[in-house]
Design a protein around this ligand. Structure first.
Ligand code: CP
Ligand code: NVA
Length: 303
């Protein structure tokens, strides 16, 4: 039994196998073939924060694989009335085959996983967002081939998405060039996960230099809404616009996990422009997570 709380819960070979399987599942879906290895299986989904992509991709993914997903909002579950995480984990483990959680506190997710006897999937915490990285890696490979040895630029907040990019760089051996305003850098302990593959810069153009992929995320994440004005001031000059893309490789891709704020972290021109692959990236949440569910529940990705 395996959990997926971080990319680092997998080896590089396992991530490769998952991404290959994600591409196969996408092709199966495109051909309109039924593929239902999860008939009778149930995924419990706990969302403490809003979601469009994560909820719909997991729910559709389970249905397409022949299973079912249950949406639990804490305010409508006993978890929201103080039932301990440890108790919820043990009860759900008796009723469902896997649990996906989107939560504020990563420590709560780890506690849930420690008490669960079914696989637990991180659907985003304040620390990282590994499911998004599976989709992002699938999208890069689809458009440009293997990512190892390539150069990725992260522009903006040293947030949960940035953490997952750092974990990916360390695991899959590509260069990650990060530009954040002072005070918004990823913590040292996170940078260590990059195993020497990560370099910090002060300006977006420096970080984008020669990059094969430029990626960013919102300046204020969920739970930081009251910091919006302060962050808008701090992140002035950190918009991924045409001048930033011009510093990257001529065929550089642009990605954003979404939702995006045009005119803040990315210009409308770049977001809607020919280098942007954000809709493929969003779609690949579905295929990458189907590969993950199949692997966790029936072990298919490693053959
Ligand atoms: N990118 C992402 O996780 O989107 P949602 O917040 O809509 O799930
Ligand atoms: N950093 C963003 C990602 C949303 C998918 C947040 O945590 O709100």
């Amino acid at each position: 039994m395996r959990h997926f709380l971080s990319l680092c819960d997998c080896s590089a070979d396992e991530i490769d196998a998952l991404l290959r399987r994600a591409a196969e599942l996408k092709a199966i879906q495109r051909r309109g073939e039924l593929h239902q290895p999860l008939t009778g299986r149930v995924l419990g989904m706990i969302f403490e924060k809003a979601s469009t992509r994560t909820r719909v991709s997991f729910e559709s993914g389970m249905a397409q694989l022949g299973g079912h997903a249950i949406f639990l909002a804490p305010e409508h579950a006993q978890l929201g009335r103080g039932e301990p995480i440890e108790d919820t984990a043990r009860v759900l483990s008796r009723m469902v085959d896997a649990v996906m959680i989107r939560t504020f506190a990563h420590a709560g997710l780890e506690r849930f996983a420690a008490y669960a006897s079914v696989p637990v999937i991180n659907g985003l915490s304040d620390y990282n967002h590994p499911c998004q990285l599976l989709a992002d890696l699938q999208t890069f490979i689809e458009h440009r081939g293997p990512i190892s040895g390539r150069r990725v630029a992260w522009i903006g907040d040293g947030n949960n998405m940035c953490t997952s990019w750092i974990e990916a760089a360390g695991l899959l051996d590509f260069e990650l060039q990060i530009a954040t305003p002072p005070g918004y850098r990823p913590p040292e302990a996170v940078l260590e996960q990059g195993r020497g593959r990560v370099t910090l810069f002060d300006t977006p153009r420096e970080a984008a230099a020669g990059a094969d992929l430029v990626t960013t995320d919102v300046w204020a994440s969920m739970g930081q809404e009251e910091e919006q004005a302060q962050r808008e001031a701090a992140f002035t000059g950190f918009c991924v616009d045409a001048t930033v893309m011009a510093a990257a490789a001529p065929d550089a891709l642009f990605m954003h996990c979404l939702p995006a704020h045009r005119g803040e972290e990315v210009s409308a021109e770049v977001f809607e422009g020919p280098q942007s692959v954000v809709w493929d990236e969003a779609e690949n949440r579905l295929h990458a997570q189907k590969a993950l569910l199949e692997w966790l529940l029936v072990g298919a990705a490693d053959g």
